[in-house]
Design a protein around this ligand. Structure first.
Ligand code: SF4
Length: 445
């Protein structure tokens, strides 16, 4: 929660000198609270007040960056407990555990596979985010070097010996891996490494109170970008801790917990691992580390994550226009739909399944589905007819037939009127899943 005008006013000099451009300190405080002014506009504010105000206005959960370059992972900076209160801002990272004891070739292949895993869904490319490398001694250092060379995604280096970690960080050549982990035993040495290499650091406790203690010690030792590991591995305890950490950071502004978290899904069975990981994505992991990488498991997880981190106020949408599905020609059917991504890509998939190439007139309904758009008068006969003309559909096909979603059959008469006599409006299936049989049986090949 941000500071109120009165909170800010208490820290100002209260001389009403007007040097900040507004007549009184109270008016300036109100402007600051509304983010219409910045603190440096008052030349008389004390250093103590500045520190207090800047500290209080810092984000409740710090944004932490892992790795560098195009695939760097940014986590944290979350401001709400529940997505519908605003939105979640930085999608949790999904990492896969890789054993440093693997042979060099196998290690390189596994690391490359994590970076290359990719799924397309509703027009977005969904990928994995990090390799979590674990191992011991010199073998771990060598593995860190190989992984840093071969990995397209950031690394999480998992070893609690500061000497080994120091060598592994040197071997990574400045790629800013996440150091995992500082504990009560090694926190000063690990924090010093994090500071010297400008890397983020996992702080790990055996419970929430020891986690807070390690977090405070790491910050006192100069580590600024932390990731919290509550130490729990049993799913119900992980979820309880994740929730307590998020609540403490947002509701109490408890500074030791003002960082994103890391969790570990640890089941031998991939189905169980998937259930754990999906739960951790929902509440409130910044990173989820998996042991396995079955494609069906990964697809389910990236889909869950995509749904959780979609802004509820801005549905995923595509550009309006005339789309080609397959390689349509002048005899191909023309379907009408909306620009809500889930609707369009479902229609696209079902048209492809029919093996009948088609044109799709995609109407901008601000990312709403057919029925919602119709109810909101964003998908009316007038609007559809206007788009058919604007996209010059008549120049693409020799027939004059338009297939309307069955849910808005009520528009068919008015749409024929709007389009003119030569056009015939055909009512298609109510659900997209009906498109394949509809096109195969109703459209002449
Ligand atoms: S410059 Fe500072 S002290 Fe002067 S009125 Fe503005 S806030 Fe108050």
């Amino acid at each position: 929660m941000g500071l109120t005008g009165l909170d800010i006013f208490k820290q100002l000099p209260k001389t009403n000198c007007g040097d900040c451009g507004v007549p009184t300190c109270l008016a300036f405080a109100m402007k600051l609270a509304q983010k219409q002014a910045s603190l440096d506009q008052c030349p008389h504010v004390t250093e103590d007040a500045k520190a207090a105000l800047e500290g209080a206005s810092a984000p409740p959960i710090k944004l932490v960056t892992i790795g560098d370059g195009e695939r760097k992972l940014e986590i944290g900076n979350e401001t709400v407990l529940f997505r519908h209160e605003e939105t979640f801002h930085h999608p949790a990272g999904i990492a896969v555990l890789v054993e440093g004891s693997l042979g060099e070739e196998e290690l390189a292949a596994r690391v490359a596979a994590v970076g290359e895993a990719s799924f397309e869904r509703v027009g977005q490319t969904l990928q994995l985010d990090a390799v979590a490398l674990q191992g011991e001694g010199d073998a771990f250092v060598k593995a860190a070097q190989v992984a840093a060379e071969k990995s397209a995604v950031p690394l999480i280096l998992m070893n609690e010996d500061p000497t080994v970690m120091g060598k592994a960080l040197e071997a990574c050549g400045g790629k800013k891996p996440l150091i995992c982990a500082a504990t009560t035993e090694n926190v000063e040495a690990m924090a010093a490494l994090a500071k010297a290499h400008a890397c983020p650091l996992v702080v790990k406790g055996s419970d929430l109170s020891s986690l807070a203690e390690v977090s405070e010690k790491a910050q006192a030792a100069g580590a600024t970008d932390l990731v919290l590991d509550s130490g729990a591995r049993e799913p119900s305890q992980v979820l309880a801790n994740e929730t307590a950490i998020r609540r403490a950071a947002l509701r109490k502004r408890f500074r030791p917990f003002g960082f994103p978290t890391i969790t570990f899904a640890q089941a031998d069975d991939a189905q169980d691992e998937l259930q754990q990981a999906a739960s951790y994505l929902a509440k409130y992991a910044g990173i989820v580390v998996l042991r396995q990488m079955e494609p069906w498991e990964l697809l389910a997880l990236v889909t869950v994550r995509q749904n959780i981190y979609t802004d509820p106020q801005k549905p995923i949408q595509i550009e309006e226009g005339l789309y080609e599905i397959g390689s349509p020609n002048e005899k191909s059917p023309v379907l009408v739909t909306t620009n809500f991504s889930l609707t369009y890509f479902t229609v696209e998939g079902d048209v492809e399944a029919s093996r009948v190439p088609a044109w799709a007139v995609v109407v901008d309904t601000e990312g709403t589905s057919v029925l919602t758009a119709w109810a909101a008068e964003k998908f009316t006969a007038e609007i559809i007819a206007e788009k058919v003309r604007a996209f010059d559909v008549a120049s693409k096909v020799e027939h004059r037939k338009l297939i309307l979603p069955g849910h808005v059959a009520v528009l068919s008469g008015k749409l024929e009127e709007e389009l003119g006599q030569e056009w015939q409006v055909i009512v298609g299936p109510r659900e997209s899943s009906g498109i394949p049989s509809f096109l195969r049986t109703s459209w002449p090949s």
